[in-house]
Design a protein around this ligand. Structure first.
Ligand code: ADE
Length: 221
């Protein structure tokens, strides 16, 4: 998979792409990630990427030209162009699975007070990572990229994400590791019983209980 990210702040991504699982996935060529500063595509003599809004109002608005030209330079036949915006479709694990099957994704990070509405016409999808407003789409695109990359074949053990929260609309069951007793808190007996059928049933019941308590909306789906 190839992920191209359009941003005015490529330096924000340094730590995320040079650490942990993301770093390994890039090194092992499971994914190729490229950052593009769309200011480099601006035809303005001063490399401007924004302007004042028609009709008046506060702040600056990202202009069409640099983003259109950058997307057109990168886009191939099977590219999915995604805009990160607080008014996009709420991002969920199901969308991560769907996007993990794509060959090529372009993530566009909006910034400042907003972007020219016509930028939406070159996008196949608009995603929001939650009902709050960030200073830009950078953190949102990191969230989307991270959640997709971990699902790519060979990035983490296949079994690790089969039990993830949100698969089957259930939250994950509780897990424990050594020691068996820590500050008088004991690991549930069933987990040391060696009875795999019982363990499976216990985990399912715990997932169900947690989901009912914390996210009953998931069970309604
Ligand atoms: N840009 C600013 N806020 C955002 C959000 N919540 N999701 C996606 N992109 C954003």
């Amino acid at each position: 998979m190839k992920i191209d990210i359009l941003t005015l702040f490529p330096e924000m991504f340094e730590g995320v792409f040079s650490s942990s699982i993301m770093k390994r996935a890039i090194e092992e060529k499971k994914v190729e990630v490229s950052l593009h500063n769309f200011r480099d595509y601006s035809k303005d003599p001063h490399h401007k990427v924004d302007d004042t809004p028609y009709g008046g109002g506060n702040g600056m608005v990202l202009t069409c030209q640099p983003i259109f030209d950058c997307v057109e330079a990168l886009k191939k036949e099977n590219t999915k162009v995604i805009l990160l915006t607080p008014d996009g479709t709420p991002y969920q694990q199901g969308i991560a699975y769907q996007l993990a099957k794509e060959e090529h994704i372009i993530l566009i990070c909006g910034h400042y007070e907003g972007f020219d509405e016509r930028i939406r016409t070159i996008c196949d999808m608009e995603l929001s990572i939650g009902d709050y407003v960030l200073t830009g789409g950078e953190l949102a695109s990191m969230v989307v990229a991270d959640s997709i990359v971990r699902l790519l074949p060979g990035v983490i053990e296949e079994g690790s994400h089969q039990n993830d929260s949100f698969n089957n609309n259930l939250l994950d069951y509780p897990t424990y590791t050594k020691p068996r007793v820590f500050r008088e808190m004991e690991v549930p007996e069933v987990l040391v019983s060696g009875d795999h059928k019982k363990i499976e049933e216990y985990r399912y019941q715990e997932s169900l209980k947690k989901t009912k308590q914390r996210r009953p909306d998931l069970l309604e789906k």
